[in-house]
Design a protein around this ligand. Sequence first.
Ligand code: 13P
Ligand code: ZN
Length: 269
Amino acid sequence: MSILDNNKGLKAEVDKVAEVAGLLWAKGWAERNGGNITVNVTEYVNDAMRALPAICGARPIGKTLPHLKGCWFYCKGTGKRMRDLARRPMENGSIIRITDDCAHYEIVADAPVAPTSELPSHLAVHDYLLAKGSQYRASLHTHPIELVALTHSRKWIEKDVATRMLWSMIPETKAFCPRGLGMVPYMMPSSVELADATIRTLDEDYDVVMWEKHGVFAVDTDIMDAFDQVDVLNKAAQIYIAARGMGFEPEGMSDAQLKEMSEAFGLPK
Ligand code: 13P
Ligand code: ZN
């Protein structure tokens, strides 16, 4: 028995998370328990589910998030491995609902799996997305090797320097990550400060932000789309590194070629 039984829509969302978790492991971005995923699944919650009792007491989020009133989320469990979640999503993650004070959550799931330690960032971002009327429902934090490596250099963490380089490696990068890569300076993982800085940077009009010397945080309509944005960026970083490994600085597409892409595809930047 699972709370996903008789709820095809919710099961499909959780299955998509499991598929992405497997991809993250295959990419080498999910060592041990690295990375986390949350998805706002409120639209799939039916009356039968709303009637279910919580399987743990209310726990504090660490922030009050008024737009999350009545919201439900699938969350990777803290300390859980993506490669395990890929096969058993309800043993390595759980579904939570936000309590009416908007400052606590309860677990309503198959097992009392405590949600990710990055819950403050994830939930604050979902609150921000709902407040601005966004259709985005998924957020992904992962540790992509080449993108993280870039942030160990002052040069690449200057605003939009990495974005310009990554976009110029291959036309698809700008087409499929059209807002580029925001930069968040190093902060303690799972802290409320990191959550606040993530929102400030997303609000500068990015869908993907780097957490310096740690990982990326990406948002999109669903978890597969969030993964794709990170994947195209990391591919571009790999092309840059491949060229450097061949002994030269890659030329990159010109400003005129990048502008042509924006005009042809109606891109936001
Ligand atoms: P969790 O296992 O708590 O999700 O943490 C993984 C991580 O990447 C923290 O930044
Ligand atoms: Zn992390």
